[in-house]
Design a protein around this ligand. Structure first.
Ligand code: SF4
Length: 681
């Protein structure tokens, strides 16, 4: 695109990809984004990665949805907004009357703004009358929210992104930081330059593993054994913070008892690593002033994901690594606004700010604020709503900005479920999910609307309209407001700021945040009053919960590994170039040149055994289905482990298990699937 800088108008906003929430300027000429410039924010300090800098072509892309579509005789046809609304409204009324409000479920979105997530929650709860509202945090950090809320009193990242530069040691586990959160990865590099020690535990030899002081190539699903063994070493060698344990925690004795049997030798057999490396890791982590734990899906996406999280929390508590700069338990949230979607109560058990739907006082408060009778029954999670749709208990599914056909486990079952229900999809592209819809509503992208996103460090930041939405598409908040009104729930929001004002009036942790205050720099919640500076570091003085709760947890082997017919372990993840279900990144040609197709990483020994060469077509099969995928022979993975990125359709998630879920939070075990592989002739 040819342009001169003086011809463009710059609009500051927040990157719409990962949870780092980098600040940038959209340069616009004639209603078209022509370039992106990095801007300075506390979370990115002027840095951007390849996605934030270059992957903006999706906004102006010709494939954007521009008119509502309705299915007629099996085919999607263009329609007016009135026609589309009428079909949706009639169906909502019909289902509600015949089967009750709980036969309707809404999927909100980690991609859209806080204001839009809030309205989706309000739409489902106050207008439809059900708590069946959830979003894809269920598939990524539900175990973080459940685990850390129990142990520390707040289910979010404890410290700031750039704060990692103050760490003396960094323990990264289950996070491919430099690829999935590249700017966070840059800060880890800066910390290294400042002298921080680095411990990496990951089944793949990710880029950071190569520069780690200790790298543990753990078997997928063995994290609890590793944490317990590290605590074992810490206690045996007297490296614990006795004063912190005495003054700030409870439940220590139970953990001390449980970890007794997790000698480095015992855990090393489970994790398939060298016991000496476990000792080294424990000493490095525990012997310094401030050590930070960074983790992501490699910890959370397990059928024991919540216990994985609790075991990391135990590590921080036993060494007093909380409430100070350079320390903390730091889950990296994947998507631009997954933190915000959770904060806004797009979860089936809480309203905004994690206020429980089962607490009568809270329900009464929201009934008063919203002027509606509300349900106090926990709603369905994403992972429950899909099977409920397949079995006919959920009749209508309203999906805003999510793509479960690629992001959810066991694609074949997801397809059956989506084909069975009445499906409404609100999105910016005709995604694999939208292709199955009965009605599609065209939405505006991040650059076409105002609002707020919350990054992984709990920082509420502005997004701003820079260009007009294409065709007849509209911001999600406007669509939801129109639908609510047409269902006889009067609400008149003229701008996202008005919605935000309502949010902070019902959400104590957001009460002090205003658009004016975050005009230049975002604020990390909790921020209870307008003169409060926000809380970049949680648990200072004492844990938010009052005392930090140790939770004794035992390692259990994933049930996936018991079926000997599927002897290899499939693990999944992200790559640098594509984002999530790649709906947006695959609209930038340069990205498709460097990452054109799906692949499976196979260790050279396994490849030799199966007569597979680099570039061969391979069949991977699990009890859920089979896929064909191109082999990449590499020793990044262990001999019995294969890896497939989850971005491509008819890919990794055809193989993953959607039935066995973490008992605390219902997250599936994406990271461990039993598979077999064979070369295709
Ligand atoms: Fe965007 Fe994340 Fe890259 Fe920053 S690190 S530019 S937020 S994708």
């Amino acid at each position: 695109e040819k342009f001169r800088y003086w011809e463009t108008k710059a609009t500051r906003t927040t990157c719409s990809y990962c949870g780092v929430g980098c600040q940038l300027e959209l340069l616009v000429k004639e209603n078209k984004i022509v370039d992106i410039k990095p801007a300075h924010g506390e979370s990115n300090e002027g840095l951007l990665c390849v996605k934030g800098k270059f992957a903006y072509n999706f906004v102006n892309h010709p494939d954007r949805l521009k008119k509502p579509l309705i299915r007629k005789n099996g085919k999607l046809e263009e329609a007016t907004w009135e026609e589309a609304y009428e079909i949706i409204l009639n169906k909502i009324r019909e289902v509600k009357e015949q089967f009750g409000a709980d036969a309707i479920a809404g999927f909100s979105s980690a991609r859209v703004s806080n204001e839009e997530n809030y309205l989706m929650s309000k739409f489902m709860r106050a207008v439809i009358g059900t708590n069946n509202v959830d979003h894809c945090a269920r598939l990524c950090h539900a175990s973080t929210v459940a685990g850390l809320a129990v142990t520390l009193g707040s289910g979010a990242m404890t410290n700031g992104i750039a704060d990692v530069k103050h760490a003396d040691a960094i323990f990264i586990t289950g996070s491919n930081t430099t690829e999935a959160h590249p700017v966070m990865g840059a800060f880890v590099h800066q910390a290294r330059k400042n002298g921080a020690k680095l411990i990496v535990a990951d089944p793949r030899e990710i880029p950071l593993a190569k520069e780690a002081d200790v790298y543990l190539q753990i078997k997928p699903g063995s994290s609890v054994a590793l944490s317990n063994a590290m605590i074992h070493v810490i206690l045996q060698e007297g490296l614990e913070d006795e004063e912190y344990i005495t003054n700030n925690t409870e439940g220590f004795e139970e953990v001390a008892t449980v970890v007794k049997k997790y000698t480095p030798e015992y855990a090393a057999k489970i994790c398939e690593v060298d016991p000496e490396d476990i000792r080294k890791a424990a000493r490095l982590y525990a012997s310094c002033n401030a050590a930070s734990i960074i983790y992501s899906m490699g910890i959370t996406q397990h059928v024991n994901g919540t216990e994985n999280v609790m075991s990391l929390s135990n590590l921080a508590l036993v060494t007093g690594n909380l409430g100070k700069s350079g320390a903390g338990v730091n889950p990296l949230r994947g998507q631009n606004n997954v933190q915000g979607a959770c904060d806004m109560g797009a979860l089936p058990v809480v309203f905004t700010g994690y206020q429980p739907v089962t607490n009568p006082d809270i329900v009464a408060k929201f009934e008063k604020a919203w002027g509606s009778k509300l349900s106090d029954k926990a709603g369905l999670t994403v992972t429950q709503a899909i099977p409920a749709a397949e079995h006919g208990e959920v009749k209508l599914l309203y999906i805003m900005g999510e793509n479960p056909m690629i992001s959810d486990p066991d694609t074949n079952h997801v397809r059956k479920a989506l084909e069975k229900v009445f499906l409404v999809v609100q999105d910016i592209f005709l995604t694999e999910t939208a292709e199955l819809a009965d009605v599609i509503l065209p939405a505006a992208a991040f650059a076409e609307k105002d609002g707020t996103f919350v990054n992984t460090e709990r920082r509420v930041q502005r997004i701003r309209k820079a260009v007009d939405a294409p065709g007849e598409s509209k911001p999600d908040w406007m669509i939801l407001t129109e639908i609510m009104n047409q269902l006889d729930y009067a609400c008149s929001y003229n701008s996202p700021e008005e919605i935000f004002e309502e949010i902070r009036s019902v959400t104590p942790s957001y009460a002090g945040i205003t658009y004016k205050r975050i005009d230049k720099e975002g604020i990390s919640w909790p921020c209870p009053t307008e003169d409060h500076p926000g809380t970049p570091i949680l648990h200072i003085g004492k844990p938010t919960r009052g005392t930090g709760l140790f939770k004794a947890v035992e390692w259990v082997e994933s049930p996936e590994l018991s079926n000997k017919e599927y002897p290899h372990i499939l693990t999944t993840g992200r790559i640098l170039y594509h984002f999530h279900t790649k709906t947006m990144t695959d609209k930038t040609d340069g990205i498709n040149v460097v990452a054109p197709h799906n692949y499976i990483e196979i260790h050279p020994t396994l490849a030799k055994e199966k007569n597979i060469k680099d570039g061969d077509l391979v069949k991977a099969t699990s009890p859920r289905g089979e896929i064909q995928v191109i082999a990449r022979v590499t020793d990044i993975v262990d001999e019995n482990v294969v890896f497939i990125p989850f971005h491509w359709g008819d890919g990794a998630n055809v193989l993953t298990n959607g039935e066995v879920l973490d008992p605390y939070c219902k997250i599936p075990g994406f990271k461990v699937s039993g598979v077999k592989i064979e070369k295709l002739a």
